[in-house]
Design a protein around this ligand. Sequence first.
Ligand code: HGY
Ligand code: MN
Ligand code: MN
Length: 411
Amino acid sequence: MTLDINARRLLDRVEAFGGIGRDPGGGISRAGFGAADLEARERLHEEARLGGLDSAVDAAGNVIVRRPGRPGPADRPVLLIGSHLDTVANGGRLDGAYGVLAGLDVMQTLAEHRVELAREPVLVAFANEEGALFPQPFWGSKVLAGALDSLPADPRDHEGRSLRGPLARAGGDLAALGTAVWPAGSVAAYLELHVEQGPVLESGGHTIGVVDSITGRTQFAVEIRGAAGHAGTTPMELRRDPVTAAARVVLAAEEIARERRLCRVATVGWLEVQPNSANTIADGVRLTVDLRDSDPVNLELAEKALRTSLATLAHESNVSITVRVDARAAPVHTDPALRAAITASADELGLSHLVLPSGAGHDAQIVAGIAPIGMIFVPSAGGVSHVPEEDTADADLVAGARVLLRTVLRL
Ligand code: HGY
Ligand code: MN
Ligand code: MN
């Protein structure tokens, strides 16, 4: 009898988690370490326990699910599978959660059938992959991979609130992050199953994506300060308006990718005007700039160009502009042996597959710092993600989980 995941159980769980953090207008807001994220974590603990698995939380807030009584990373190298439960604001129900729930079904299936494997599988739901509330994306995977120096010592959200309390409520401990770092060599390989979040698989009629590389990404926090004033009495020539300066910053960021083609994409997705009053010249504007490219040299050139543009605009608009790097993730390649195992699994199941790069960032690119990584994609309906319309056909969700199981069995 060929081992198989439990398709109904997987789809029911995807549906159930899709109801946690639901926005009234559709979509899901489950920001890392926010209330809905805590609810999803609790539900994962519950599902793991009901499935006869052990689940625990490390100091970073990562949820770690294991088969009871089996060797762990401290005993010998394990096969790590995972993704994340947190989402962007008003995002979709599959980005992250699908990979965690498919991994849970694989773990449960292996436990139910007492399958002996060369590498013990361990499931991780990484904390705060998106950085929607606390702008430290890849938080949990960076701690597990030991990249603590790339994280702020005192992480805060956009309003300056410390991560300490919310992390503790999730079961973590900001003062003990070192205990959540896995020893070198403890991960034999890492596998992540994820929706593609783009149009390539669907438009090509492929069911499985074999990811060969993951984009590099630099996220900046920009602060523009001017002089607040009365909208009616302040002459135009006396203004130091941070909103008009911000408009120029947004267009300069777009120009770096669109006209100058220094990097593949540039996005300003978050912008806040202070005090945001219709008849007041603003005091300040805060915004983020997200630059991406598969070549680290291009990312560096784009960063230099951004910094030069900001300095010029500050002078021309007579405002002050400060810029900070909130997150940097290097572009990575996946492991050829893992790509071959994923391809063989897809072939065994008669599923059409395609090798493709990921334009989205993933925890896998952080784990690549300590282990060989493999990523499996399934198609995204309409090629969209990070929106309420994010969707994937049930048959594709099941197919992806089957490829994950077969690949785990191969490794
Ligand atoms: O932003 C990304 O690419 C990912 O969804 N965190
Ligand atoms: Mn995402
Ligand atoms: Mn994701």
